[in-house]
Design a protein around this ligand. Structure first.
Ligand code: CDP
Length: 254
């Protein structure tokens, strides 16, 4: 039997959920929803629902892991068994370990870790419901949770993927687009400096397509950065008032 590939973009250039090529799914960010963590954030992004809790900096008990001149950043990305359609096997699989590692590396480049020698900063990313783009949503929320914990950073990290479906470059793939699309390019940047802290690619893009996809993701990160700042403002400043431009994003104090 010949499989007919489902069309993801219609004749008017609209995707299945009505978005054009350059639109994000709806995003909501809440800073500090958890009382028992040092910092926390909750994000809803399309069908993704993700809670992040931060602990630390705390002294590392395992001496062999200690760094004498800085804190180490340990991210644990976990998907709940009920987060996907087919019940996910409990425990950390290969995919979760890989995502944990790349997100640890992304955040290590952002946190000003030399203020906390021999300590660990733990970031727990709990995916409660997954609908594609969980690493980007998790990283975006993790950076808000770190700011909520008062951990100094060189800026917030905003993250978003672009990709290719039906031969066209589009922003922020949903689950079906991710499953049957041609390419996915998760990007994480510090919007205030433009530094790239996460860049992965699944599938194939030409040079031109890569540039277009990267540009779409980078522009979206600027919008996501605004949502991050608004979430922190709602908790730490009067409603509607934003942190001052020259105030480092991570050094928000209560
Ligand atoms: O979530 P993200 O796009 O960062 O990572 P992915 O490995 O490309 O996974 C894409 C999506 O596949 C996830 O967001 C889940 O919706 C889904 N998935 C799943 O259904 N079952 C799994 N065991 C892993 C992922």
């Amino acid at each position: 039997m010949k499989l007919v590939k489902e069309k993801l973009i219609d004749g008017d250039g609209k995707r299945r959920d009505g978005r054009t090529f350059d639109m994000l799914r709806p995003i909501k960010i809440d800073a500090g929803p958890l009382k028992n963590a040092d910092g926390s954030a909750y994000i809803e992004w399309g069908n993704n629902k993700i809670m992040v809790g931060v602990y630390g900096p705390r002294e590392l008990q395992q001496k062999h892991l200690q760094e004498p001149d800085r804190a180490i950043v340990q991210v644990q990305y976990t998907m709940a068994s009920f987060s996907v359609e087919d019940r996910k096997k409990p425990g950390q699989g290969r995919r979760e370990n890989e995502i944990s590692k790349i997100l640890s590396e992304a955040l290590e480049g952002v946190i000003i870790s030399d203020q906390y020698p021999r300590t660990a900063i733990n970031v727990f990313i709990e995916v409660l419901e997954a609908g594609a783009g969980t690493r980007c949503a998790g990283l975006t929320a993790a950076s808000v949770a770190l700011a909520d914990a008062g951990i100094p950073m060189r800026g917030l990290v905003a993250s978003c993927a672009a990709g290719k479906i039906d031969g066209q470059v589009v922003l922020d793939l949903d689950k079906l687009e991710d499953n049957i699309g041609d390419a996915d390019l998760p990007v994480g940047i510090i919007p205030t400096t433009g530094e790239i802290v996460l860049l992965q690619m699944d599938g194939h893009l030409s040079d031109l397509e890569f540039e277009k996809a990267f540009g779409l993701a980078r522009d979206a990160c600027m919008k996501i950065h605004e949502l991050q700042r608004e979430a922190l403002s709602r908790k730490y400043f009067n409603e509607g008032e934003s942190p001052k431009e020259d105030e480092p994003d991570g050094e928000v104090t209560s």
